[in-house]
Write a protein that binds this ligand. Structure first.
Ligand code: MRU
Length: 354
């Protein structure tokens, strides 16, 4: 297998012993600054302020924060026994889970850690808070490690859909800044590039917070991948004139029928891709699946602060009190998605995830 040259890829996280740092993505690409996450309050603020973002990376950050929060509670004596431990663990997991509602990886990760620890508490006779803490550490670490591994697998599978001399279009940021590994859709670009395929990536700027312009363009360009930036309202023109081979994006939640929530603007790209007969692929880990949600109709869309639209990088760009609508995601119906690439395989319509 061709390993993408990770040394040239910017990672969203840094680990020093048991200390956990995230790159502050609100400062990119102008400043590379790491921020220490010491517990759940730091993580919640970083997630809500989008200092850390991307569905898998949000889950990894919350998982590490959950462990660090429990570690402090055991060390400072606020948690003294198994019951204390379990109730603080659940309360902290619920708190972290409330920070961003649409990306399901977060709730899947919190549920998994609580489940693993509860199972140990139920089965282990005489197990104490220190054993449960060790279990929390292992379960959190597992979330991170499996994200790294699934990114590699998605990268391989996604790259198999990318031809030589490909012109690719993507949206938002789905790379090493959005995951603990090489990314999902962008992971496929890294892998294809590493396989010697000549690729050009057209990256949409992704208003209002410019993940495409600030993060994807920087991340890909630093990795030596030819990248062309366009503003979101140019998408139709780019598809019409630039001989785009395929569109590849990530996902924040995939319903059982394949309807997919992703960064606002994705739906428009999928409709355009159908019009121009361009394949439209979604790449995501299975932790982005929400089999309990039958269709996109039931996916909760996060609405964010109006000032994210009124201001551009701190500058007011409209009359101060203009009413604003700011949905962070939209839902692309399964019928517009050519294939969904998970680490377990490439799936085609009709989708049925259980
Ligand atoms: O609001 P963001 O920046 O967290 O949105 C990110 C996206 O929409 C990504 O496409 C998605 O999380 C997948 S990241 C591998």
């Amino acid at each position: 297998m061709n390993e993408p040259s990770v040394d040239r890829i910017h990672s969203a996280l840094r680990i020093e012993g048991e200390r956990f740092f995230i790159i502050d993505q609100t400062l990119l690409p102008f400043k590379v600054e790491f921020l220490e996450i010491k517990g759940s309050r730091d993580a919640a603020a970083a997630i809500q302020e989008m200092k850390v973002r991307g569905a898998p990376m949000i889950a990894v950050t919350a998982a590490q924060a959950l462990y660090l929060e429990m570690k402090s509670a055991v060390e400072n004596g606020t948690v003294k026994n198994t019951d204390d431990f379990l109730s603080k663990l659940k309360e902290t997991a619920d708190f972290l889970n409330s920070t961003r509602p649409t990306a399901v990886n977060l709730s899947n990760a919190m549920r998994q850690i609580v489940k693993d620890v509860e199972l140990m508490a139920r089965n282990g006779s005489g197990c104490e808070e220190n054993d449960l803490l060790e279990k929390t550490k292992q379960a959190s670490e597992q979330i991170k490690q499996s994200d790294i591994q699934t990114c590699r697998q998605i990268g391989e599978l996604g790259a198999s859909l990318i031809p030589h001399n490909a012109r690719l279009l993507t949206h938002c940021n789905t790379g090493a800044l959005a995951t603990a590994g090489i990314g999902t859709a962008i992971g496929a670009f890294y892998t294809a590039n590493n396989q010697g395929k000549d690729i050009t990536v057209f990256a949409g700027e992704t208003r209002p917070l410019l993940q495409g312009a600030r993060l994807t363009a920087w991340e890909l360009d630093s990795s030596g991948i030819r990248t062309v930036l366009f503003t979101d309202n140019m998408a139709a023109y780019i598809m019409k004139t630039e001989k785009i081979d395929l569109v590849m994006v990530g996902a924040d939640r995939i319903a059982a029928n394949g309807d997919t929530a992703n960064k606002i603007g994705t739906l428009g790209l999928a409709i355009l891709a159908l019009h121009y007969n361009i394949p439209f692929y979604v790449c995501a880990p299975t932790t982005t699946l929400d089999a309990g949600t039958a269709s996109g109709e039931d996916i909760i869309i996060e609405n964010r602060h109006p000032d994210e639209v009124r201001y551009l990088r701190g500058n007011l760009i409209t009359a101060q009190n203009i009413p604003v609508i700011n949905p962070a995601f939209d839902v692309t119906p399964a019928g517009l998605i050519t294939s969904i690439v998970l680490e377990t395989g490439i799936y085609s319509r009709p989708y049925s995830f259980s």
